[in-house]
Design a binder for this molecule. Structure first.
Ligand SMILES: [Zn+2]
Length: 252
């Protein structure tokens, strides 16, 4: 009896520690200016950074690192210059491969403020002409290189292990998403909200009328997608798409 109880307690402790290991790093795990890398596939890591707003509110942010052969593809810098320095250090220490290509998925600070640091390290950051225009108009950092072929809603381009898809306007007019066919992972960026979120978030630059249709384009293109990663917070599955549609309709 005592042995069975002991085994039960040990199994419980093991499952608790696995659950803790699996937890997506949040604001209590990542200090501002620092970065956590969480590997979710042999070739894919989420990078998590946090930002502190003037009112003291802390907010987490997700980007992605994808490995192909001996090089890395970076989807969005970390949030801010200091965190992006930490990101490059973490990549160096934990993965040890060079970043060959990088993208900013829309013009807001959480996606472009770190681009200057990437440039200083010799990493060219790509974005669409629209993102570059909107970033310049907002006085944000302008990504260096132009990504073409994504002018119209539904356009997609393949780059290495990535498919970059323009679903149409949503969180911003220029928001891009990135799909990884080999891993069956969709990085939705800020066009997609985590399950724990119950509002449409920062909608200052959003196109609330077009956003649900843009999310439906993602559903149509990636109907059975296994993992969906929002711009902020905890990853989920394809249900994050319908969840986001509901939140946006409620905000409209
Ligand atoms: Zn965002």
């Amino acid at each position: 009896m005592a042995t069975r109880l002991l085994l039960f307690v040990m199994a419980l402790m093991l499952s608790v520690s696995i659950a803790a290991d699996n937890k997506h790093p949040g604001i209590s795990d990542v200090a501002p200016g620092e970065v956590a890398l969480k590997q979710i596939h042999p070739d894919v890591w989420i990078h998590i950074s946090t930002w502190v707003f003037e009112n003291g509110m802390r907010y987490p942010s997700n980007g992605l690192i994808v490995r192909q052969d001996r090089a890395l593809f970076l989807i969005d810098p970390a949030w801010g210059e200091k965190a992006t320095e930490s990101l490059l250090k973490a990549i160096d220490e934990q993965i040890g491969l060079p970043v060959r290509w990088a993208i900013s998925t829309h013009f807001h600070d959480d996606r472009v403020a770190g681009d200057q640091v990437l440039k200083a390290h010799g990493i060219k950051v790509y974005a669409t002409e629209l993102t570059r225009e909107l970033a310049a108009a907002a006085d944000n950092t302008v990504p260096e290189a132009i990504l073409t072929g994504l002018d119209n809603a539904g356009d997609a381009v393949s780059i290495g292990p990535l498919e970059v898809f323009y679903p149409g306007a949503g969180h911003t007019r220029d928001n891009l998403v990135v799909y990884l066919p080999d891993a069956d992972i969709l990085f939705g960026g800020c066009a997609i909200h985590e399950a724990g979120r119950d509002t449409a978030g920062n909608t200052i630059d959003a196109d609330l009328a077009a956003w649900p249709t843009s999310l439906q384009r993602m559903q149509a293109r990636y109907p059975q997608v296994r993992i969906v990663i929002p711009g902020h917070g905890v990853p989920g599955d394809s249900q994050l798409l319908s969840h986001s549609i509901a939140l946006v309709r409620q905000a409209e």
